[in-house]
Structure formats: structure tokens, C-alpha cells
Design a protein around this ligand. Structure first.
Ligand SMILES: Cc1cc2nc3c(=O)[nH]c(=O)nc-3n(C[C@H](O)[C@H](O)[C@H](O)COP(=O)(O)OP(=O)(O)OC[C@H]3O[C@@H](n4cnc5c(N)ncnc54)[C@H](O)[C@@H]3O)c2cc1C
Length: 413
């Protein structure tokens, strides 16, 4: 069949590769170079132990204090508040305890399938050199703060029987000697893997897609051909493309395109920054999240990438790099050898629905429009498994899980 995939981030490129692998004739559309949207700048963690939904009571209770702390991992640009209110309201409702538990289970049902899809991608696209079984460290100086900050996560890890270790100071420094000697506790999520270059990973999948006859077309989708239950193709700024099936995987920009197909989804950007820091003599081996600092440091492309928490603002608002820059001295306390300067700065748009689950599956009332967007903080982790699920649906294979929690017409809270 002739397929068009809209968006060449990790999600769309994975969809395109899995479809091409099934023998479909696939065109992948993106106005930008593949992999250079949000998928470019993430922290590279294959976070297969993520089983806590973002919307939860403990997080909501910490928001008021964070709003008045200039270095907190959460920021709201107040001008955007009126637009954001319906999303925020749903987010708050999604955090009620019974619902948060259901959402955690639905999230884990996806995350639990991620490793197998990555294994397939790594083996068949020849990407083993990019991925290392490091786990992910969450470190703290104050043992009491560590207990408080990780208790809920450890309970969830136990509930889902996911492996982890608690490390004291000596064990932590033996594992990661570059870390500051004042750190006293770490949660080591041992099953997570780390991708040394998220861009090279998406590009590697793209190469394998092209080797199977897939085509990347530099074009912007603006709408759909056809009406009613079937789309007949995609309207682009370079002309119309006819297709038997279409996959919408344009990250946060999927909202407007979904609306063009009559589908309304409360998709917003959880913006996040990164700084690339010159490591000089600071060989970091693991991704490390500073619990007291609220940001992550990871070895990416021979640099140390500092990735921040969430800024809620319009996707088009100009970046404010003053906040991530202020974190550099704290990064140097975590990694005392980190004396080099900032090489580059970047802003990305995590595509997020208020209940923290992506939209994944066939579009409501449509025979041949498929949706794969809204992967929030976990798009690198969930990209390949999402591509596999979409290809299964197209082929009429059982994807092996109930897709109702990810439907575009669910209630989102
Ligand atoms: C700071 C930060 C750290 C992160 N760390 C991690 C991590 O460690 N692990 C993890 O799993 N996830 C992480 N994430 C999340 C992850 O990066 C995202 O969830 C993921 O990149 C989303 O992928 P995507 O393909 O949906 O979107 P994108 O990568 O944004 O791709 C969408 C593509 O669609 C294209 N597009 C837009 N409009 C159109 C159109 N009209 N026509 C055609 N194409 C269009 C865009 O140009 C873009 O290339 C992080 C995110 C941030 C911001």
C-alpha cells in the first residue's frame, strides 16, 4: 500500500521504517531535516522504568513552591495561562489518586513494550554502537530528601517488579567517579539504556528506511485529501500526495493537523532546554539526574548535555536561555571536573496530552488515518514501539495491547 507519514522525528521515522519493513511504499514528510525537531535534543535515556504518570498529587503539591523559585524544574509563562487553562484543569483532574493509578498502568503497558522494539531497531538498523546499558542514576546529597523524593517512585517500581538499586556514597563514586564527593545517595534504574546521540539514532533508522525503498520528502503537510471515513492523501506545500493510508506523527504540531481532519486533541508543548557543556576532563558514563538540582546531565556526542525540566508556554514563544544558564554552577557542583563552557543551547517542545499518555492508533471514525503523537517526556523511549504498533494495526495484526487508553477521543483526565 502507499503510505504517507507526516513528521520525521523519532516517532514518525520509526512508523515509516516499520511500515517499509512490512513492504509498504512509504513517503516520510518533514519540512526540516529528519530528527532535528524535539527528537534532536533530548537526554538520550531509554526510560523503560517510567511507570509514574506525570499528573499525580505529589507533583501538584510541589507546584506552588516551584512557581516562585527561579531555578525550579517547572516554570509557567503567565501570559500563556488563559490559553493553557483547559489543559491544566484536565492535568489536575488526571492526578486524582484512582485515575493516576490507571494512567500509570496504561503508561507502563506502553513502556513495557519499548525495549523489544528498540532491540529490533538496533539489530536491523545497525545501531548497537549508539546504545549502552548504563541505567540511569538519580542522586542526592541529603538522605532524607532522597527518601522523600524517591519513595513514590520506588513503590511504583516495586509494584511493577522493575529492577533498581539504592547506592550509598562509596558505591556511587565507584560506579561514577566523576560525581561530586558530597553526594550520599542514588537510585540506580538499572534496566534503562542510554543513546549516545539521539540525532544519530533517528538518522540511523531513516537510513534503514531509505535502504528499504522509503523516501523522505522535504515538505510541510497542510491538510488531507478526501472526506468522511477515508483520507485519500495529504495536501503539502509541494503539492498533493495520494495515499492509501496516512500516519500523523508531527509531534506538538499534530494538533493543528488533527483539527484539519476534524479531530480535537488538547495537545500542548512542555518546553525543555538543553545546554551542551564542554566536558574537558570530565568523563561521565551514566545519565545523572540531580534530585536537589532538578535537571539531568548526560554524556551525548562527546559533550555533557544538561537537560531541564518543564516550561509551559506557547510553542512559538521565544526561548529564555537565562534559566538553563543559571544552572551551570549547580552542574559543576554535581560534576566538579566540569570546568568548560557552554558550546550550544537548544529549546525543544515535548508534545503532551494532559493525562500523560500519547495518542496512538487509528483515528476515530476513520478507516485509514493513523495517529502517533503526544509522547511527552518519553518519545525517544516509545518511538520504535509506537511505530511497531501502527504497523501492526495497518497489517491487521494484533498489537498485543488494548489501545483504548490512547484513543484520540478519550476523555484526557
Ligand atoms: C529537554 C528534553 C529532554 C528529553 N529527554 C528524553 C529522554 O531522555 N528520553 C525520552 O524518551 N524522551 C525524552 N524527551 C522527549 C522526546 O524528545 C520527545 O517525546 C520526542 O522527541 C517526540 O518525538 P516526535 O517524533 O513526536 O516529535 P519531533 O521530534 O518534534 O518530530 C516531529 C516532526 O514533525 C515535523 N512537522 C511539524 N509540522 C509538520 C508538518 N506540517 N508537516 C510535516 N512535518 C511536520 C517537525 O518538523 C518534526 O521534525 C525529552 C524532551 C526534551 C525537550
Amino acid at each position: 500500500m502507499k503510505a504517507v507519514v507526516i513528521g520525521a522525528g523519532i516517532v514518525g521515522t520509526s512508523c515509516a521504517w516499520f511500515l517499509a519493513r512490512d513492504g509498504h511504499e512509504v513517503t516520510l514528510l518533514d519540512p526540516r531535516e529528519p530528527g532535528t525537531g524535539t527528537s534532536f535534543g533530548n537526554a538520550g535515556v531509554l526510560s523503560v522504568e517510567s511507570c509514574l504518570p506525570l499528573a499525580r498529587l505529589s507533583l501538584l503539591l510541589s507546584v506552588p513552591a516551584m512557581l516562585f523559585d527561579r531555578d525550579a524544574p517547572f516554570r509557567l509563562r503567565w501570559r500563556y495561562l488563559p490559553h493553557l487553562l483547559p489543559w491544566l484543569l484536565r492535568f489536575v483532574l488526571a492526578a486524582r489518586p484512582g485515575r493516576a493509578r490507571e494512567l500509570g498502568e496504561a503508561l507502563f503497558a506502553l513502556v513495557g513494550r519499548a525495549d523489544a522494539a528498540h532491540d529490533l531497531v538496533i539489530a536491523e538498523c545497525g545501531l548497537a554502537g549508539l546504545v549502552r546499558p548504563t541505567g540511569w542514576l538519580k542522586v542526592a546529597r541529603d538522605p532524607r530528601r532522597f527518601e522523600r523524593a524517591t519513595a513514590e517512585e520506588r513503590a511504583a517500581l516495586d509494584r511493577f517488579s522493575l529492577p533498581y538499586r539504592i547506592l550509598g556514597r562509596e558505591e556511587l563514586l565507584a560506579l561514577e567517579p566523576a560525581l561530586g564527593a558530597d553526594l550520599r545517595r542514588a537510585l540506580w534504574l538499572t534496566a534503562d539504556r542510554h543513546v549516545a546521540s539521539p540525532l544519530a539514532y533517528t538518522r540511523g533508522i531513516l537510513r534503514a528506511f531509505e535502504a528499504r525503498g522509503g523516501r523522505w520528502l522535504q515538505a510541510r503537510a497542510t491538510g488531507f485529501l478526501g472526506r468522511g471515513a477515508e483520507v485519500a492523501g495529504v495536501v503539502t506545500d509541494r503539492g498533493d500526495l495520494e495515499a492509501d493510508l496516512v500516519v500523523l506523527a508531527a509531534g506538538v504540531f499534530s494538533r493543528a493537523l488533527a483539527a484539519a481532519a476534524g479531530i480535537r486533541v488538547p495537545l500542548e508543548a512542555e518546553r525543555g532546554y538543553h545546554l551542551m557543556l564542554d566536558p574537558e576532563n570530565c568523563p561521565l558514563a551514566h545519565p545523572v539526574y540531580g534530585i536537589e538540582e532538578g535537571f539531568l546531565l548526560a554524556p551525548i556526542e562527546n559533550r555533557i548535555r544538561l537537560t531541564t525540566g518543564v516550561e509551559l508556554a506557547s510553542p512559538t514563544a521565544p526561548p529564555d536561555y537565562s534559566r538553563p544558564r543559571r544552572l551551570v554552577p549547580k552542574a559543576r557542583r554535581l560534576l566538579p571536573g566540569l570546568t568548560g563552557g557552554i558550546d550550544s543551547e537548544w529549546l525543544g517542545l515535548r508534545p503532551s496530552l494532559p493525562d500523560g499518555l500519547p495518542v496512538l492508533g487509528r483515528a476515530p471514525r476513520s478507516a485509514n488515518l493513523y495517529l502517533a503523537f503526544g509522547h511527552q517526556h518519553l518519545g525517544l523511549t516509545l518511538g520504535p514501539s509506537s511505530g511497531r504498533i501502527i504497523a501492526d494495526l495497518v497489517a491487521g495484526r494484533d498489537p498485543g495491547l488494548d489501545l483504548a487508553p490512547y484513543a484520540a477521543d478519550r476523555r484526557f483526565f
